[in-house]
Design a protein around this ligand. Structure first.
Ligand SMILES: [Zn+2]
Ligand SMILES: [Zn+2]
Length: 180
């Protein structure tokens, strides 16, 4: 949990390129800590007050973190914590389970069932019809299964030896007459 008491909006003391903005109610409810997306430093009031204090939210002290971040930037001038630590999360299509989307919330289209990968629609399967997909996930699934069933039921193996004659009745009678 974030402790709102000593929190002060400020630029990140490590990289100076990220702004810790005023806290919102959702931050307090859903986030364990506030983290700079440029250098990865986690906001810790005590570590700001004492830059040699460790561990806190960060295992390294503020001074050590600064040195670490500078070393990353020396190796790669464009180093960005979020990009460097990002991991894609492949996941199965929630409708047909037959296709793997490469990443969470990719907005790719499943080639099997046409579902557009939308994390919010997958999380709240009874809502959000008419956005990335025309139906909500549960309805989309039901429609997909119905169509897959229909396709299975209308399939008939070829019946060998029962071909329709391509001549009309009159023509076949004429031919029979000629044979006699
Ligand atoms: Zn930072
Ligand atoms: Zn699918």
């Amino acid at each position: 949990m974030i402790d709102p008491q000593p929190y002060q909006p400020m630029l990140c003391p490590v990289c100076g390129q990220f702004e810790f903005t005023p806290l919102e109610a959702t931050d307090l409810l859903f986030r364990e800590c506030l983290q700079c997306s440029v250098c990865g430093w986690k906001y810790d009031h005590n570590q700001i007050r004492d830059p040699d204090l460790k561990p806190g939210q960060n295992t390294l002290s503020l001074n050590e973190y600064k040195a670490w971040f500078q070393a990353q930037r020396l190796k790669d001038p464009d180093y960005n914590f979020l990009e460097a630590t990002y991991e894609a999360t492949p996941h199965l299509c929630p409708v047909c389970q037959q296709y793997t989307f490469a990443d969470e919330n990719s907005f790719d289209i499943c080639p099997q069932c046409g579902w557009c990968d939308d994390a919010l629609m997958a999380k709240e399967p009874d809502q959000w019809a008419g956005n990335a997909n025309d139906l909500c996930l549960n309805d989309y699934k039901a429609r997909y299964e119905r169509r897959a069933n229909d396709a299975r039921n209308s399939y008939r193996p070829l019946e060998v030896g029962r071909r329709e004659c391509c001549f009309s009745k009159q023509e076949t009678q004429k031919m029979k007459g000629l044979e006699q």
